[in-house]
Design a protein around this ligand. Structure first.
Ligand code: SF4
Ligand code: SF4
Length: 395
């Protein structure tokens, strides 16, 4: 693709990278075949190729109208398009630059700015999020059903006793998962503790920065990532790995080296980070089933199967533990959760959720398992069977 970006933009790191990515696209359109929004809406501008043109136009002219904003906002950042691109276009990275540029043009309506500011001020902060969820549960009966259904139930806790062990890993505690489904990290601690590995958290660790990054707030995202990288680097001294149990966070932390190129702590943290499935899969041990469920419908989050390229591990661990994995159609399609997408694009997100649940429930499983807190909470709002994190199924 020919480009004509302004010299001043080309001189910046983001401008140079955008130009390189844009030039790698040969506009063949193969990517449209795997794009969920293109499949739902059938509009070229709601597919990756159309969005690439919109970003190119915005970067070249330095302007963006409502059309650009609408179609970039509708992108899930699922990166399914990258898997069918013969030219290796780094679409996710281009979108990140495009959204950042769009935010700098400041053309959003006041109501949208308010919702985004609320999300940024509440969701990544555990204490604030906990307070809002408490309020939501208390006044659920006053809320519209769409909103009330999104409030997760009070989490069930099973605190883990201290383990004396030489081997040690650090687990990402994050923001939403530690407030909504803390049982996931407790399950990891029990599993590894029973195998002589101590699981610790990093004091001072918080949101990985993904939420701000996806909303095009790069300065805020950088601040969160830098603070996190420092906290994790300190805690990981002498640890075997930093483990992520929420694939949406893991994909971001693994990318810290690129996102914070001047920061040695970020590079070290990125190099040490693994999804829990990668670590558990590499252990020389046996696994068994926890609980009564036997037939599992597995939902591989986009951030695990494409972002981290760690597909297949969870399925293997579950089978080794004695579960039967039922067939699920269209495993590449996003469930519509996509971070804050379910709140900012409820109609599209709802259609994708219904489609995903129809596939997941088709073979009448006992339980649906996933690897990301966002997908878990999103699917649980309408699922007829329990939706759990896969770690909770192992013993
Ligand atoms: S498949 Fe790749 S090269 Fe073809 S249009 Fe899509 S992004 Fe461009
Ligand atoms: S990231 Fe997902 S929604 Fe966005 S263009 Fe690519 S395939 Fe489509």
């Amino acid at each position: 693709m020919r480009t004509d970006l302004p010299e001043a933009l080309l001189a910046t790191d983001a401008g140079g990278r955008a130009d390189e990515i844009l030039r790698s696209c040969v506009h063949c359109g193969f990517c449209n075949a795997t794009c969920p929004t293109y499949q739902l809406l059938g509009d070229e501008l709601d597919g990756p190729r159309g969005r690439i043109y919109l970003i190119k136009d915005m970067l070249e002219t330095g302007t963006a109208d409502a059309v650009v904003q609408t179609h970039l906002d509708r992108c899930l950042t699922c990166r399914a398009c990258e898997t069918t691109c013969p030219s290796g276009v780094r679409y996710g990275e281009l979108l990140e630059i495009g959204r950042d540029h769009l935010a700098s043009l400041g053309r959003r309506r006041a109501a949208e700015r308010f919702v985004r500011a609320w999300l940024l001020r509440v969701v990544p902060h555990r204490r604030r999020l906990r307070r809002w969820l408490r309020l939501g549960r208390a006044f659920r009966w006053l809320l519209p059903s769409g909103l009330a259904g999104r409030i997760p139930p009070l989490p069930r806790r099973r605190p883990v006793s201290e383990v004396a062990a030489d081997r040690r890993v650090v687990v990402l505690d994050g923001c939403v998962q530690s407030v909504s489904t803390p049982g996931v990290n407790e399950a990891l601690s029990r599993l590894l503790g029973a195998r002589g590995i101590r699981v610790e958290t990093a004091p001072g660790e918080g949101c990985c920065g993904a939420l701000a990054l996806h909303l095009g707030e790069s300065a805020r995202a950088q601040a969160a990532m830098q603070a996190n990288a420092r906290a994790l680097a300190d805690a990981a001294d002498g640890a075997e790995a930093i483990l992520s149990t929420a694939s949406g966070c893991g994909v971001t932390v693994k990318d810290y080296g690129r996102l914070l190129p001047e920061d040695p702590a970020a590079e070290r943290v990125a190099g040490l980070t693994l999804d829990a499935a990668e670590f558990l899969h590499g252990l020389d041990t046996t696994w068994s089933r926890a609980g009564e469920h036997r037939r599992v419908a597995w939902q591989a989050p986009c951030t695990l199967q494409r972002g981290q390229r760690a597909a297949g591990r969870v399925e293997d661990l579950l089978r080794r533990a004695g579960y039967e994995l039922v067939p699920v159609a269209e495993p590449h399609l996003c469930c519509g959760s996509a971070g804050t997408y379910s709140m900012l694009q409820p109609a599209l997100s709802g259609q994708l959720k219904r489609r995903k649940l129809d596939h997941l429930e088709a073979a009448a499983p006992d339980v649906i398992a996933t690897a990301n807190v966002g997908c878990q909470l999103h699917l649980a709002t309408e699922s007829r069977v329990p939706v759990v994190h896969w770690l909770e199924l192992l013993k």
